[in-house]
Design a protein around this ligand. Structure first.
Ligand code: ME8
Ligand code: MG
Length: 515
């Protein structure tokens, strides 16, 4: 049986509602998932929410509601987000679910029994904001802890620790042996440098007296597990992992058929969370090197060069944007105006600019003028004629470039090639001037050829654009009067029937007028 393509996003923290950064990560993963479905692969797309933790407990207390209630409200917003964005996932992860708790506790118990988790006492400076003890490494050149750590307090506490550092050499070897463990390359280098600096073990608990909004340690009911085993484990607990089985080969086939995953995460959670803790956790519970997930690390959407944050009050609401400009307009902007791996600056003006230039003027206009001409000159019919078209070679190139870019997760490049092709088609309209051909009965065959070739080009565009702009793709197929069921192989030139009646033209992307 062919393997399922397994893709995950990070689970979003339910301390505050979704913003445009969350929307981007979902859409990026959705475009990749749709591309793999288009290739005919079986896809398992997992996304969800991270519901436990100190910040949730604090925010809930501030709001005067129990954490479970607080989290329910925000979770609903994260459930609404994929719907709004036309993001289609297969499984929803919620870390408060019983299924998840059972796997987390099973893993913790096993590691505890094996002596990989031990109890120890720690005292030192603690960052409330980052929820971690600070060491001298975190001190700035002036010897102080910088403002990024927020409020600092001195603490003494008994806690449980996971033997992280004993796996350091393994992780270095793994990273050195696998060139595409992390994408893009410069993030793999960043990770390797961070692994070199691993010194201590990992604190994985909090006393309940301080934090009780979490998963109880199975071997000590006075503690909950803190962040890492709780949050990171979702990627396997919601994929059918059975924590009572200690080898991968004894896992249920539903899990083995899809694992390992491609994990789409933001740059802030590569080091240390996913690149160090998660990979070492998997190694510690018996995952072999060839079963490590691949990490696709995207950049951040900033605002005026600054980080978006609730405290700075510069959060961009994706629901408002989708309602104002359409889901496809938002998807297009988020996918096309950032290079995977790099950061970008969010700008609503820029969203409008890109929408009007690429979607309204280029792609939308191509569809609309083609259909209008076919109705005006040929009663709505296109007819195949002999002869090659330069657009056929261009379309074949496009399919190759698109496929190459998508398989490297360079979705911005793929979509930009597609818009380039629409622009080429528009130039072809200008050069072949069907309105002139229509006046000359001797050139009726040429007119047929031009119109047919344009309709065929739109069909190819409709297939390729489906991963990024599913609604637009659906509308293109509807207007071309073709069934909206296809595979990537249907992007091959020549799929349009000999004689075919097109549907009525309806503006695909009405221009956004700014005042
Ligand atoms: O990190 N631009 O949750 P989160 C692009 N629950 N991506 C952004 C972004 C922005 N401005 N802001 C956030 C968590 N993201 C944890 C993960 S594993 C220990 C659990 C991305 O809600 C961010 O990089 O803060 C991450 O991949 C995802 O949104 C969720 O962030
Ligand atoms: Mg975060």
């Amino acid at each position: 049986m062919p393997k399922t393509f397994f893709i995950t996003t990070a689970i979003d923290y339910t301390n505050s509602p979704p913003h445009v950064g969350h929307a981007y990560e979902k859409v990026l993963a959705d475009v990749i998932a749709r591309y793999h479905r288009l290739k005919g692969e079986n896809v398992f797309f997992l996304t969800g929410v991270d519901q436990h933790g100190q910040k949730v407990q604090q925010s809930a207390a501030k709001a005067g509601v129990p954490p479970a209630e607080f989290v329910k409200d925000i979770t609903q917003k994260f459930l609404d987000l994929p719907k709004k964005l036309n993001v289609v996932y297969d499984e929803w992860a919620e870390t408060t679910s019983d299924r998840h708790k059972k796997v987390v506790q099973g893993i913790l118990q096993r590691l505890f029994d094996e002596g990989q988790i031990y109890k120890d006492k720690q005292s030192g400076y603690y960052s409330v904001r980052q929820e971690q003890f600070l060491t001298d490494k975190e001190r700035g050149p002036d010897g102080q802890f910088g403002p990024e750590w927020g409020e600092i307090e001195f603490r003494e506490e008994e806690n449980y620790y996971f033997k992280l550092s004993k796996h350091k050499e393994w992780l270095l070897r793994y990273i050195d042996n696998r060139k595409d463990a992390v994408i893009p390359d410069f993030r793999q280098t960043e990770l390797r440098n961070a692994v070199e600096r691993i010194s201590g073990d990992l604190c994985i608990s909090r006393p309940k007296s301080r934090l009780d909004w979490g998963i109880e340690l199975p071997f000590d009911k006075d503690f909950v597990t803190y962040v890492w085993f709780d949050a990171l484990t979702n990627y396997i607990s919601f994929a059918g992992y059975d924590s009572s089985q200690s080898t991968l080969s004894s896992q249920p086939s539903t899990f083995r058929d899809k694992w390992p995953a491609l994990q789409v995460i933001g740059k802030d959670i590569l080091v240390p969370a996913h690149g160090i803790y998660w990979l070492i956790m998997l190694h510690a519970i018996g995952f072999p090197d060839d079963q490590m997930p691949q990490l696709l690390v995207h950049g951040w959407w900033n605002l005026g060069g600054a980080k978006m944050s609730k405290s700075a009050g510069n959060i961009i609401d994706p629901f408002v944007l989708a309602d104002k400009y359409s889901t496809d307009a938002l998807r297009y902007y988020l996918i096309s105006d950032i290079a995977t791996g790099q950061d970008a600056d969010f700008s609503e003006e820029r969203l409008i600019e890109r929408y009007n230039a690429d979607l309204a003027n280029s792609l939308g206009n191509l569809l609309n003028r083609t259909l209008n001409m076919v109705h005006r000159y040929r009663d709505g019919f296109v007819t195949r004629t002999g002869g090659e078209s330069p657009l056929a070679a261009q379309a074949a190139d496009l399919v190759r470039q698109y496929d190459r870019a998508m398989s490297r997760f360079e979705v911005h490049t793929a979509i930009s090639r597609l818009i380039d092709f629409a622009t080429i088609c528009n130039t072809y309209v200008e050069i072949s001037a069907p309105w002139k051909l229509a006046k000359d009965p001797e050139r009726a065959g040429t007119l047929d050829h031009v119109l047919f070739v344009l309709a065929e080009s739109l069909r190819v565009i409709g297939v390729l654009i489906s991963a990024t702009l599913p609604t637009a793709s659906h509308n293109i197929f509807y207007q071309l009067n073709l069934p909206d069921e296809f595979k990537l192989s249907d992007a091959t030139w020549g799929g349009l029937p000999e004689k075919h009646r097109l549907g009525k033209p309806v503006p695909l992307f009405p221009r956004v007028e700014t005042t």
